[in-house]
Design a protein around this ligand. Structure first.
Ligand code: HXC
Length: 517
């Protein structure tokens, strides 16, 4: 064999070795836990044959604590680029079979390289995380490595979409980096996120917790709100990433892709003319409204298990991506509270950063009152949503279905927060507060002085309702651009979005804003 062929054989052998990551035994262990390897995950994510791997021969440089000679080609992360539905993405996938996917200095360099390329090329970066965090043996070099990644996450924020899937037990920096990205996806039963794992928790605090209790997918979906999506399996997670990317532009200078639409834009939904119950305190399901107005009823919900009194997610109107924010009258009467405000504010800011128009469906009785909310800082958290809508310059279409009261009316993309098109259904009620509360404040003395206080309050309440429990009072001042027939909502939104497609609006130049955090 020629010298050159020998070298080619050597290359092939090295590649084969690198592709084995932590070795066959470790791969078997990964599979036995219901998990895929880093490369298997990447192959599921990208278009067939599109993946180009980088830095396959990188090795760590640590010699401390038994690391000398413990070398795995490529170290604990697989990096590169490929396409999803023909569009470029950059990827890193941590390899748990190599020292628990723990982050070395050189792994950080690999990840930073693809992050830098993603920024230069203006393409999304997807991280498939499965890592025990900073590699303990590397000390400060591992911490510095994470800081390098975090810095890039921060600079990429609002420039390119950043998506993180958590596909194993992730700790320390392996969760802080995802926390800096736009979306987190966790898989039930195999994904865990915590700053420090159960073993460290036990040592430091004496507390015994399982990985599931400390940071399982369901906990982060419903209690902490850390994860935006929960899926049943890695496969579902990968499908979700591909779907999510289909709504997004490649970067903040591009528009989201427009997809072909076969759903008639003037499709009338008669059911919407009857969906609002007679009693104002009776709920209906906002999902029915969303499902009936968007293209083919397809809605990709974000944060579906967290703060369910507000619904957020992506859909298409005549093939255009939009972000939908909608109060859910079925949960807590659709009231705004701390968690709902935070959830929606972040989503509104994401949409604004990536040129995705926002459609807001309003049925909100107000902010949730009480000490729990006040002590928790509802003033600041509610202000986040107000701020997010007010600073957003993307097209904003608001439809008030029923209630729109008080501060919550203002927050939910009202006209003065630069709502572009504000529509209302005929049964909309727009006022400072509901009739019962209002007459208590305004007529308490008159009622006390009367022989029939209840009659006084009822009479005044009826007058108040007649005056405010309709959209025309707001329409009279131009705060509502039109009162629309509910069954025609899809068409009116599509027309509004078509009109607003060329919208240009800028905010004053500044270093950055000071969002109430
Ligand atoms: C070095 C690590 C490691 C780490 C895991 N390993 N984490 N090696 N540094 N951070 C190694 C293990 O020693 C083991 O090696 C292999 O990876 C698999 O780990 P296991 O413990 O056997 O797996 P499992 O039982 O599934 O538990 C996974 C785990 C646990 C929950 C992630 O390993 C764990 O708690 N690790 C430490 C997590 C942590 O507290 N990290 C914080 C780092 S600080 P062998 O050779 O036996 O196969 C940090 C700071 C960054 O990241 C900055 C934050 C802001």
């Amino acid at each position: 064999m020629s010298n050159q062929l020998d070298k080619v054989m050597e290359l092939i052998e090295l590649r084969t070795k690198a592709r084995l990551g932590g070795g066959e035994k470790a791969i078997e262990k990964q599979h036995s836990q219901g998990k895929y390897t880093a490369r298997e995950r990447i192959m599921m994510l990208v278009d067939e044959g599109s993946f180009e791997e980088l830095d396959m021969f990188v090795e760590h440089r640590c010699v401390n604590f038994g690391m000398k000679g413990k070398i795995f080609l490529g170290d604990g992360v697989v990096t590169g680029y490929g396409t999803v539905a023909g569009r470029l993405i950059y990827i890193f996938a941590q390899d748990f079979t190599v020292i628990g996917g723990s982050l070395s200095e050189t792994m950080s360099k690999k990840i930073c390289k693809v992050m830098d390329l993603a920024m230069q090329m203006g393409a999304p970066i997807v991280g498939l995380n499965d890592s025990g965090g900073a590699r303990i043996q590397e000390g400060i070099n591992a911490l510095a490595g994470y800081a390098e990644i975090f810095q890039r996450n921060i600079l990429a924020s609002g420039v390119i979409p950043q998506i993180s899937a958590i596909l194993g037990p992730c700790a320390g920096g392996a969760v802080y980096s995802p926390a800096l990205t736009d979306f987190i996806i966790m898989a039930q039963g195999t994904s865990y996120m915590f700053l420090t794992g159960p073993k460290v928790v036990k040592t430091v605090t004496g507390e015994s917790v399982t990985q599931e209790q400390l940071g399982g997918a369901d906990i982060h979906a419903s209690r902490s709100g850390v994860t935006h999506f929960v899926v049943k399996s890695c496969e579902d997670g990968i499908v979700l990433i591909r779907k999510l990317l289909s709504f997004l532009p490649q970067n903040n200078l591009e528009e989201p892709p427009i997809i072909p639409n076969d759903d008639p834009i003037d499709r009338l939904e008669n059911i919407l003319n009857e969906i609002i119950p007679e009693s104002p305190s009776k709920p209906y399901d906002m999902y029915e409204v969303i499902g009936s107005i968007v293209d083919n009823g397809e809605f990709l919900e974000v944060h579906s298990d967290y703060a369910c009194n507000i619904i957020i997610g992506f859909a298409h109107f005549n093939g255009r991506s939009v972000g939908i924010v909608a109060n859910q009258p079925k949960i807590l009467a659709g009231v705004l509270d701390i968690n709902a405000s935070r959830k929606a504010a972040r989503f509104v800011r994401f949409c604004d950063a990536f040129n995705i128009p926002i459609v807001t469906l309003v049925d909100v009785p107000g902010f949730l009152p009480g000490t729990t909310q006040e002590y928790g800082g509802v003033i600041i958290h509610g202000a986040k949503l107000l701020y997010a809508y007010g600073e957003a310059t993307v097209p904003k279409v608001t439809v008030t279905l029923r209630k729109s009261y008080g501060g919550a009316h203002i927050v939910m993309s009202c006209k003065q927060l630069r709502g572009d098109m504000n529509y209302a259904w005929p049964c909309a009620e727009i006022a400072v507060m509901g009739s019962a509360g209002a007459v208590e404040v305004l007529y308490a003395k008159e009622a006390r002085d009367s022989a029939n206080p209840e009659d006084v309050l009822k009479k005044k309440g009826d007058e108040y309702k007649k005056f405010f429990a309709n959209p025309y009072n707001a329409a009279k001042f131009g705060y509502i651009d039109d009162v629309i027939e509910p069954r025609n909502t899809r068409f009116r939104i599509i027309r509004a979005l078509q009109q607003l497609a060329t919208k240009k609006q800028t905010n004053p130049a500044k270093k950055h804003d000071n969002l109430p955090l």
